[in-house]
Each structure stands twice: as structure tokens, then as C-alpha cells.
Design a protein around this ligand. Structure first.
Ligand SMILES: Cc1cc2nc3c(=O)[nH]c(=O)nc-3n(C[C@H](O)[C@H](O)[C@H](O)COP(=O)(O)OP(=O)(O)OC[C@H]3O[C@@H](n4cnc5c(N)ncnc54)[C@H](O)[C@@H]3O)c2cc1C
Length: 459
């Protein structure tokens, strides 16, 4: 469905101010694609609600008229998660962008879903607090909740699911519900908030969230550690985590990616397998002890250098370069599209997963970069190619398939943080078996007509 009738347009546009409803071609095209190569079907219109009640009225009407609806946050997904697969209506949540209430005494904040992560942290920072989940992109809170996003600091602070306390959700038929509570703990029945976290907008539209916050750490220690082989670096990761060291970030980077970062950002780093890591602590003295142990463990794993005298500005530069890794890779391969592998395994299996993936990239002579949030056992392989070149594109898909299948075989998951979207649907049965059927039954119970973000998670 990619054109509405005049009657449908007039009914839908009555729910919001005229400037917040569009059937214009460019607005529709802007909501056709996330950062992946997944192609959608052009939506018939885009609407920008500003209140829960508007969302409820819109969904109640679309449900009654069998119109597919796809929620949209900042559009930074990598698996086609917000891409409309049946056209219909896109519900762009970006104008619901109010930070409603910061309560420093409770370490909580109430937000609308269109608030962007960086702005939230700018405002919470005034109280010495922050919201730790940090996908590199400046994602919306609604999109992060829907994808259960995480990032470089998840190894210490956890993923989005660990910070969601209470949600206001509009169900596909337009009913408004509230899940969870503002108490630090609760054993009160099914954890419905967690059901909506990671549901990718397939079960309901989040219109308000209460999030947990945490204190900004007073002391940081950043280090870059170099190795002769990626395998040694990944072994050091498993050992550091196993030893109870509590890194705030532990990232694995291959020489090829460091080369691109040096070229673009002038980092001047040795172009060898490396770990970027950071520790947070209450004093310089505690961090010194942590550093000594980390150095010893890394040297036992064959580290060739452990550079910890990283200044504050170098630390920021290093993490900025890491956060912009996708863009850096993209710029180095103009005219190509990415397939971003995102698998995770138990930490003890991480080294073999890294070796397996790098070997596949090398054997196929693919433009591929193996790196990841190593401390979480989360592996990314960014594969660059031309979707129009059938042979190359299917070779890259085959690499993706083999890595994901291997991760699931090792007890891991087909997606550590990017969500299922369109790209990972085919692995869900393999990973979840009968539980996947239960997920389908839950979807059917809440959205019997299958109108909310159709074509995601389920085939
Ligand atoms: C450079 C780059 C780096 C990245 N690094 C990471 C990373 O380290 N970790 C990570 O987790 N992700 C990463 N991502 C992926 C992406 O940023 C996250 O998945 C993010 O959570 C998507 O948020 P968004 O606001 O862009 O949502 P969108 O992409 O717009 O939507 C995501 C999903 O949420 C649904 N949705 C949006 N708003 C709502 C709502 N209010 N209610 C219900 N459903 C809603 C959409 O339908 C869709 O299914 C990266 C992306 C890029 C481009």
C-alpha cells in the first residue's frame, strides 16, 4: 500500500496539525531506508505525532482500516528495523522529544521517545548523571528501547533493557497501557516492560519512558594495548573479563581499521591488532591497581605494548574514532553498501569466533573488518560490497550466514545489539527453536492483524 485515497488522507490528517502530516514524495523517501541496504516499500504518508493521545487516535484508525504502520526513531538501524515493508503509514516519533522530568534524587528521568541520546546525556550531565547505553549513532530513546541498544560501555553498565523502569505504550488497536513502576525493584507479575524492550515496534509504540540513570564516574583510565595477532588480543579479553577486572569498555580493533582511523583522524596508532580499553574508578589509586593487573594479564597473553598514559583529549579522540568506525569504513569504500554482522558469543568462545571470522574474510578476499565490543563477546564484521554485483553480494551474505550460524552453534546469538529487523529473521528459528513460535503467538495476541511494523522479527 503506497498511495492513500483522498478519504484516507483526509481522515488521517485530521488527527494532527496539517504541518505534521505529509504525503510529499521526499518525506516518504526519507523514511524508506535505514543505514543498511535493505529495501522497503515507499510509505503512502508520514505523520509526526506529539502526544500519546494522538498516537492512540492514529493507531485506532489505522487498525480499523487495515493500514500497516511503521514507527520511526532516528533511522540509524542496521537491519532494516524501521523500514516499511508494506508501505502504509510511517509514524515518525522525532517530535515527541521532551525531557519531561529529571529526578536526580531518584536517579531517574522521564522522557518522550524522540529524545536523542546525546541531548539526554547533556541535560542529565548537569546533575552529574548519565544514561550509559551508547550506540555510536545519536539514536532516539524510543529506537534504543525498541532495539534494546547497547554499545562500548555495556560491558560495565549494561544494555538499554537494564535502564527501562516504566513505559507508556500504545497498542496496535490504539489502547494506552503503562508497564513497570518507578520503584528500584518489583516482583509484581510479568515483566511487560521487558517484553516491549527489543520488540522493534512490532507490539506497541512507546510514547513515554522512565529511565534509570547512573553517576558520571569521577576517574577514568584509558589504555591502548597492542598484540601480534588478533587471536592473542581476543584471548586477553576473555582473561581480563574472567579475572573480575571490571572494564568500562573493551574494544577489539584489527590493523586494517586502525589504518583507516589513522588516515582519517591522524591518531598515530601502531597498525597492529589492538584493544582499546577504559576503566572507571573512585580514585587514581584504585585505577593504578587495576592497571597493573590488566597490564600483567595482557603481557601474559603476548601484548607487545600497554600504553596507559592516555591524556583526556587523546581518550576522547580515541573513542570518537571508535564510535565513527562505521562511517570511516564507509568513506573508505565509496559506492558500496555495508552488511554489518552483529553476533555475540559467551566470552570464552570469543577468540575462536574472531579467528573463524577473520579467516572467512581472508579466504574470500572480502572487503571486511572484524572488530567489536569484545568485553561483551560481541563481534561485528563490516563487509562492504556492491549490491548490484550479484556474485560479490552473495559471497558477503554467505560470510554473514556462516559467522552468525557459528555464533549460534557456540551458544550465542544472531544479534548482540542491532536487533532482528529484516536481516536476521532467517536465523530466529535456528536460535530460538520453539520459543520463536511463542514469540509469534505473543505477536498474534497483541497485533492479530499483523499491522504494526510488519515484516520484522517474523518472516
Ligand atoms: C554508526 C552507527 C553505529 C551504531 N552502533 C551501534 C552500537 O554500538 N550498538 C547498538 O546497539 N546499535 C548501534 N547502531 C544501531 C542503531 O543506532 C541502534 O539500533 C539504535 O537503537 C536505533 O535507534 P533509532 O532511534 O535510530 O531507531 P530507528 O532505527 O528509527 O528504529 C529502530 C526500531 O525502533 C522502532 N521504533 C522507533 N521508535 C519507536 C517507538 N517510539 N516505539 C516503538 N518502536 C519504535 C522502529 O520501528 C524500529 O524497529 C549503530 C548505528 C550506526 C549508524
Amino acid at each position: 500500500m503506497n498511495e492513500f485515497t483522498p478519504e484516507q488522507i483526509s481522515a488521517l490528517s485530521a488527527f494532527v496539525d496539517p504541518e505534521r502530516f505529509s504525503t510529499g514524495q521526499s518525506n516518504r523517501e526519507l523514511h524508506l531506508k535505514d543505514v543498511s541496504a535493505h529495501q522497503g516499500i515507499l510509505p503512502a504518508a508520514v505523520v509526526w505525532p506529539v502526544t500519546t493521545e494522538e498516537v492512540a487516535k492514529i493507531l485506532s484508525w489505522t487498525y480499523a482500516h487495515d493500514i500497516p504502520v511503521t514507527p520511526w526513531g532516528a533511522g540509524t538501524s542496521t537491519e532494516g528495523n524501521p523500514v516499511p515493508t508494506l508501505g502504509g503509514l510511517v509514524l515518525d516519533m522525532t517530535q515527541m522529544d521532551k525531557i519531561i522530568d529529571i529526578r536526580p534524587q531518584d536517579l531517574q528521568v522521564d522522557v518522550q521517545p524522540g529524545v536523542l541520546r546525546k541531548e539526554l546525556n547533556r541535560q542529565c550531565g548537569k546533575y552529574g548523571l548519565f544514561f550509559p547505553p551508547d550506540p555510536g549513532a545519536d539514536a532516539s530513546i524510543g529506537g534504543m528501547i525498541a532495539n534494546n541498544a547497547s554499545g562500548v560501555q555495556t560491558v560495565k553498565y549494561g544494555a538499554t533493557k537494564d535502564y527501562v523502569m516504566k513505559l507508556t505504550v500504545v497498542l496496535p488497536q490504539g489502547k494506552i497501557i503503562h508497564t513497570g513502576c518507578k520503584a528500584h525493584k518489583s516482583s509484581s507479575g510479568y515483566d511487560l516492560s521487558r517484553l516491549f524492550v527489543g520488540s522493534e515496534g512490532t507490539l506497541g509504540v512507546v510514547t513515554e519512558a522512565t529511565l534509570r540513570l547512573t553517576g558520571i564516574p569521577s576517574h577514568h583510565l584509558a589504555a591502548t594495548i597492542t598484540f601480534n595477532a588478533l587471536e592473542d588480543a581476543s584471548k586477553a579479553v576473555a582473561i581480563m573479563i574472567g579475572s573480575g577486572l571490571d572494564p568500562a569498555a573493551l574494544e577489539l580493533l584489527p590493523p586494517q581499521l586502525i589504518r583507516l582511523m589513522n588516515r582519517e583522524k591522524g591518531l598515530g596508532l601502531p597498525e597492529v591488532p589492538s584493544l582499546f580499553c577504559e576503566f572507571h574508578g573512585i580514585s587514581e589509586a584504585t585505577l593504578k591497581e587495576v592497571e597493573n593487573l590488566a597490564r600483567e594479564l595482557c603481557e601474559d597473553c603476548g601484548a607487545t605494548a600497554f600504553r596507559s598514559g592516555v591524556t583526556e583529549s587523546e581518550r576522547k579522540e580515541m573513542w570518537r574514532a571508535r564510535h565513527e568506525a562505521y562511517e570511516t569504513i564507509h568513506r573508505a569504500h565509496p559506492g558500496t553498501e555495508p552488511i554489518i554482522v552483529d553476533a555475540a558469543v559467551p566470552i570464552s568462545r570469543y577468540p575462536e569466533m574472531i579467528v573463524f571470522s577473520q579467516k572467512l574474510v581472508d579466504e574470500n578476499d572480502a572487503a571486511g573488518y572484524v572488530f567489536g565490543h569484545a568485553g561483551d563477546g560481541n563481534l561485528h564484521v563490516v563487509l562492504m560490497g556492491d549490491p548490484g554485483n550479484e556474485k560479490e553480494w552473495s559471497m558477503l551474505h554467505d560470510i554473514n550466514h556462516q559467522i552468525v550460524t557459528q555464533a549460534v552453534k557456540l551458544g550465542g546469538t544472531c544479534t548482540g545489539e542491532h536487533g532482528v529487523g529484516i536481516g536476521k529473521r532467517k536465523f530466529m528459528e535456528l536460535e530460538h527453536g520453539e520459543s520463536y513460535q511463542l514469540m509469534g503467538q505473543i505477536k498474534h495476541l497483541i497485533d492479530p492483524k499483523g499491522l504494526l511494523n510488519p515484516g520484522k522479527i517474523f518472516i
